[in-house]
Design a protein around this ligand. Structure first.
Ligand SMILES: *Cc1c(COP(=O)(O)O)cnc(C)c1O
Length: 383
C-alpha cells in the first residue's frame, strides 16, 4: 500500500482520514443489489446504533446517500405529524438550517433564536412549549459547528418529552467523537455523516433513532419522494437495501473506518480529540487570539477565533500559505463577527497541531501581522 500525501484538515469536516480507509474504497466492482452488499450494510447499520449505546431492539439506523444536510431534511419532513408544529432551538447556522428546511416544505415552525455565543434559554423554550401544545417536534444541534458551542441536549430532550414532542438532534459534529448515550441523553433521533466523526467519506449519511416512532411516522404526510425516513427504513427492513442506489465506495470506506473506531475505542478517541482541541486552544491563546465561545461552553471540537484588528490581517492569504503546506483552515459561519475555525476532527493528533502552529505563525509573520495579535476593543474577551 503506497502512502498517500497526508493533509491536515482543520476544517469542520470532511476530516483527515487514514490510508487504510482511503484504500478500502478500492474494491472489485460490485452491484449493490447483491446479497453480499446487503450483508455489509446490515452490520454497518447495527454498529451505527452501538456507537450511541442504543439497544438494537429499540433503536435502528437508516442510511441515506447524501451529505449531512440530507439528514436534517429527512428527519424534519418525515417526523412531523399532520397539524403539528416544529420548534427549533436555534443558536447558530446549523439549527437555522433546520428552520429553513421547514420553510421550504411549508411546515409551521417556531424558530426560537438565541445569540450565537449563548446556550438556548430553557425557561424560554419551556414557555414556548407551554403556549404551543401543537408542537410535535423539537430540534436542535448538539455541537453548533458554526461556533463550537455545546447545547444541553439531555435537558432539551427532557423538556420535549415532557410536552409530548419528538426530539431530533443534529449530532453531525459530535457523533463518534464526543460520547453520546441515545437513551440517557433523551434523544429520539440523532444523525451524522461518514466524513466527520467516523473519519470516512462524504456520500453516506445516517439517522439513528427510535423504531417505534419511525413505525408511527408511516401514517404522517409524505412530503418528499426521495427523502422519507419511513420509506427508507421499510425498504431496509424488508430487503436489506437502500431504496435507490447506495454510495458503494463510501460504504466500504465507512466499514473500514468503523473497524478502526472500535480498535481505537470510544474513550481513547475522545481523549485524542480532546488533546487536539486543547493544543489548538493553547496555540490560539499563546498568539493572543480571542474566541467566540467561553471555555466552559465549548463542545471540545471546534474553536472559533475572532479576526484580529490588524490592517495586515488577510484570512485568504493566511489560508493559502497554510494550505500550500498541507494545513487547511476554515472561515467562520457567524454573520455579525468575522471569525475563522480550527477543528479537532479527523485522524490527527497533538503533534499535527504543533506542526500547524509553526506554519500558522510563519504565515502571520510573512503577511506582516503583529504577534501577539491585537484587538481594538474588548470584543470576545469574556470567551
Ligand atoms: C457538517 C454538518 C452538517 C452537514 O453538512 P453537509 O455540508 O451537508 O455535509 C450538518 N450539521 C452539522 C452540525 C454539521 O457540522
Amino acid at each position: 500500500m503506497q502512502a498517500i500525501k497526508r493533509n491536515i484538515l482543520l476544517n469542520p469536516g470532511p476530516s483527515t482520514t487514514t490510508d487504510t480507509v482511503k484504500y478500502a474504497q478500492v474494491v472489485p466492482d460490485v452491484c449493490p443489489r447483491e446479497k453480499e452488499f446487503a450483508g455489509l450494510m446490515k452490520g454497518l447499520r447495527e454498529d451505527l446504533v452501538r456507537i450511541v449505546h442504543g439497544d438494537l431492539q429499540k433503536y435502528t439506523s437508516v442510511l441515506f446517500c447524501g451529505s449531512g444536510t440530507i439528514n436534517i431534511d429527512v428527519a424534519i419532513n418525515s417526523l412531523l405529524p399532520e397539524g403539528k408544529k416544529v420548534l427549533v432551538l436555534d443558536n447558530g447556522a446549523y439549527s437555522a438550517r433546520a428552520a429553513e428546511v421547514c420553510q421550504y416544505y411549508g411546515l409551521p415552525c417556531i424558530d426560537l433564536k438565541f445569540p450565537v455565543d449563548q446556550r438556548p434559554d430553557l425557561d424560554k423554550a419551556e414557555e414556548v412549549l407551554e403556549e404551543n401544545p401543537d408542537i410535535g417536534l423539537v430540534h436542535t444541534t448538539h455541537n453548533e459547528t458554526g461556533t463550537g458551542i455545546l447545547n444541553p441536549i439531555r435537558e432539551i430532550g427532557a423538556l420535549a418529552h415532557k410536552y409530548g414532542a419528538t426530539f431530533t438532534v443534529d449530532t453531525t459534529s459530535t457523533y463518534a467523537m464526543r460520547p453520546i448515550h441515545i437513551e440517557e441523553d433523551n434523544i429520539d433521533f440523532c444523525m451524522a455523516s461518514a466524513q466527520k466523526g467516523l473519519m470516512a467519506f462524504t456520500g453516506l449519511s445516517f439517522i439513528v433513532g427510535n423504531r417505534e416512532l419511525i413505525e408511527r411516522s408511516k401514517g404522517y404526510p409524505k412530503r418528499s419522494y426521495y427523502c422519507n425516513l419511513a420509506m427508507q427504513y421499510d425498504f431496509f427492513e424488508r430487503t436489506g437495501e437502500m431504496h435507490f442506489t447506495p454510495p458503494v465506495q463510501a460504504i466500504y470506506a465507512a466499514i473500514q473506518a468503523m473497524k478502526e473506531y472500535w480498535a481505537e475505542g470510544e474513550e481513547a478517541k475522545w481523549a485524542r480529540h480532546t488533546r487536539v482541541f486543547n493544543a489548538i486552544n493553547e496555540g490560539l491563546d499563546e498568539m493572543g487570539f480571542r474566541q467566540v465561545v467561553r471555555p466552559e461552553w465549548r463542545a471540545g471540537l471546534v474553536s472559533s477565533a475572532i479576526y484580529p484588528d490588524d490592517p495586515n490581517w488577510d484570512f485568504e492569504k493566511v489560508h493559502d500559505y497554510c494550505y500550500e503546506r498541507g494545513f487547511t483552515i476554515y472561515p467562520g459561519k457567524i454573520s455579525a463577527t468575522d471569525t475563522f475555525r480550527l477543528c479537532a476532527l479527523g485522524a490527527i493528533d497533538e503533534a499535527d497541531i504543533k506542526d500547524f502552529f509553526i506554519v500558522f505563525k510563519e504565515a502571520l509573520a510573512a503577511t506582516g501581522v503583529k504577534m501577539p495579535v491585537v484587538y481594538r476593543d474588548r470584543k470576545g474577551e469574556a470567551g
